[in-house]
Write a protein that binds this ligand. Structure first.
Ligand SMILES: [Fe+2]
Ligand SMILES: [Fe+2]
Length: 199
């Protein structure tokens, strides 16, 4: 195997790993947010968190399609664990008060941004360039989720006094950083259409 081929194989294996992680993470998030929006009483919050839940199920379908196209399957153990964790967290939202689920969600979302940014780079390096736009769009959606939960935490008198997780760079940096690193415009739909957009 040539050095280039072995590097591509390594990136592909890493891509499978990160997509498996994301796929199960979205399962946990979907269940957790379902419990979360049902536990809040403010209509605007209920509606926004419900939309976030739908975003996570959509991400899971998209990531699942990518795994399938790579000839890979979800990690069964992670799936079982994510299912339990998500449902437990969703149920806890009814008992833990308003602030804790908002804080926990925001912190988790900041990790999700980086996860999809990394997946976009691995897709690019393993010759799955047609997925880059999709993955960066998912990172941008996670960025919006993080922003929402950060704002909610900061709207709370106690939340404002808590040590808060590091603020992600501005949203435009997601594509700018990708373009800088790869030398390719990522946001031109003609160049890199998201083939999974209707999935
Ligand atoms: Fe997501
Ligand atoms: Fe999210």
């Amino acid at each position: 195997m040539k050095p280039m081929d072995s590097r591509m194989a390594r990136d592909r294996a890493e891509l499978v790993g990160i997509l498996q992680l994301a796929y199960s993470g979205e399962l946990a998030a979907g269940h957790a947010y379902r419990g979360h929006w049902r536990s809040v009483s403010d209509p605007d919050e209920r509606s926004r968190i419900r939309t976030i839940e739908e975003d996570e199920w959509r991400h899971r379908r998209q990531v699942g399609r990518m795994l399938h196209d790579l000839g890979a399957a979800p990690d069964r153990r992670r799936e079982i664990r994510a299912n339990v964790i998500g449902r437990v967290l969703g149920a806890l939202c009814h008992a833990s008060g308003w602030l804790a689920p908002m804080y926990g969600a925001g912190k988790l979302e900041s990790r999700n941004i980086r996860e999809y940014e990394t997946a976009a780079r691995l897709a690019w390096n393993s010759d799955r360039k047609e997925w880059v736009d999709c993955l960066l769009e998912m990172a941008e959606v996670e960025w919006e989720h993080e922003r929402y939960f950060r704002d909610r935490v900061l709207s709370h008198a106690v939340g404002r006094r808590l040590p808060i997780w590091p603020e992600p760079p501005p949203k435009v940096r997601i594509r700018a950083a990708f373009e800088f690193e790869t030398g390719s415009p990522s946001n031109d739909p003609a160049d890199l259409p998201c083939i999974l957009s209707n999935y």
